[in-house]
Design a protein around this ligand. Structure first.
Ligand code: ADP
Ligand code: ASP
Ligand code: MG
Length: 395
């Protein structure tokens, strides 16, 4: 009988130094010695992707997308080799593979590519030779042989897609918190760990800024029913399991999306701008129809690209944040929650309702305070969630 197969992904903080890479190697060895076949996905060392991006932007604020992918993919390539060298030194056979070498085929959308297929032959062969396989996260290759990247935070997606393609028994996302919390535990002190979170809620949390999991990784795991667990590299416990379809809590989580840009435009320009954005691959998050103005909400880092499209059609531009509440009763609680914030002197720009969620647009300065108010009112009193001690590690 074949040994169980697990995919373990280690994020930037987890491989942030040689000492930490040693710690990661020990986890991998433990999993291997416990009788598993192990495929590992690594991110770039913490800060490295930002450093590379900054170098490129010193040359051009909108760097050539293909070349940027070549540059950014090198961060993960360094991590995978350092980890393989470490495992080899510790007496274990390990082989590192770039996204291309692992046959992770993507479409050609540079900087935000989607995985279209994984041919696992190369990995299967290495596993059959009893090797530990280490794959660079965040990257793939097009049919034409160009390197692509999957969008910031994309190593989670590499791990989940590999786990799906290899039919792994579990995909374990090791990070610097020990699970999925009711809100970012760095922002809300009372945040509680969810031992289980259902796919639809996790998908909404990820979509609206809970960066603990990259959105496409959740979508893929949900669609393909990949067993997905989030756990800490620094303090091993059961972490959080993403599983099931139903949320039973009125509000199970809050997500914060920072660095959003609200651009006020003329009503007449909307259709033309939307068409141009589609052409340039600029994602419009929302169109706000206020009685007095029309606003586009986009990610701030898309703004430089957007400037080319807008060409003077901008009436006003502000950086804002979005605070989203997710849960079975989110829609019915939206208006009272919004009013609660207003009563607490929080200035809001917009309230949007979606299925089992509501999103409030507000100032960057007040979003943390607003998250704490909503958490205190709608989440803390609920006893159904697991109230384990918070474990957060600094990078
Ligand atoms: P990695 O480098 O391991 O991929 P990330 O920085 O991408 O890690 O994601 C982990 C971070 O996500 C945590 O440090 C935490 O600050 C943040 N985070 C945001 N929302 C949540 C949440 N609901 N639960 C846990 N962590 C969250
Ligand atoms: N290194 C990439 C990033 O910083 C991918 C990842 O960490 O998942 O976005
Ligand atoms: Mg991440």
């Amino acid at each position: 009988m074949k040994k169980p197969l697990i995919v373990q992904k280690f994020g930037g903080t987890s491989v942030g130094s040689i000492e930490r890479i040693h710690q990661v190697a020990k986890h991998i060895i433990d999993a291997k010695n416990a009788g598993n076949r192990v495929v590992v996905v690594v991110s770039a060392m913490s800060g490295e992707t930002n450093r590379l991006l900054d170098l490129a932007q010193q040359i051009d604020s909108v760097p050539n997308a293909r070349e940027l992918d070549v540059l950014l993919a090198s961060g993960e390539q360094a991590s995978m080799a350092l980890l393989a060298i470490t495992l080899n030194k510790m007496g274990y056979s390990a082989r590192s593979l770039t996204g291309g070498q692992a046959n992770i085929l993507t479409n050609g959308q540079h900087n935000d590519a989607t995985i279209v297929n994984i041919d696992t032959t190369a990995i299967d062969q290495l596993l059959a030779q009893d090797q530990i396989v280490i794959v660079a996260g965040f990257q793939g290759i097009t049919a034409g042989g160009d390197i692509t990247t999957l969008g910031r935070g994309g190593s989670d997606t590499t791990a989940v897609a590999l786990a799906g393609a290899l039919k792994a028994d579990e995909c374990q996302i090791f990070t610097d918190v020990d699970g999925v919390y009711t809100c970012d535990p760095r922002i809300v002190d009372d945040a509680q760990k969810l031992t289980v979170i259902d796919f639809p809620s996790m998908e909404k949390m990820a979509r609206f800024g809970a960066k603990v999991l990259h959105l496409p990784s959740v979508e893929y795991a949900w669609k393909n029913q990949v067993p997905l667990r989030v756990l800490s590299t620094f303090d091993i416990n059961q972490g959080s399991l993403v599983k099931g379809e139903e949320c039973h809590l009125p509000i199970c989580g809050l997500a914060i999306q920072r660095d959003m840009c609200l651009i006020k435009i003329d009503q007449e320009s909307l259709v033309a701008i939307e068409e141009q954005c589609q052409l340039f691959g600029i994602d419009i998050w929302d169109v706000i129809e206020h009685p007095e103005w029309l606003g586009l909400v986009v990610k701030s880092d898309a703004y430089s690209k957007l400037e080319m499209v807008l060409q003077g059609k901008v009436a006003d531009r502000n950086t804002i944040s979005l605070l989203t509440a997710v849960g079975a009763d989110a829609e019915s609680l939206a208006h009272t929650a919004h009013q609660l914030l207003i009563d607490n002197q929080i200035v809001t720009t917009h309230l949007r309702l979606d299925e089992q969620s509501f999103t409030i647009a507000l100032s960057v300065e007040q979003v943390n305070c607003a998250a704490n108010i909503l958490h205190q009112t709608y989440i803390k009193p609920i006893e159904a969630v697991d109230c384990l001690q918070k474990h957060v590690f600094s990078g």
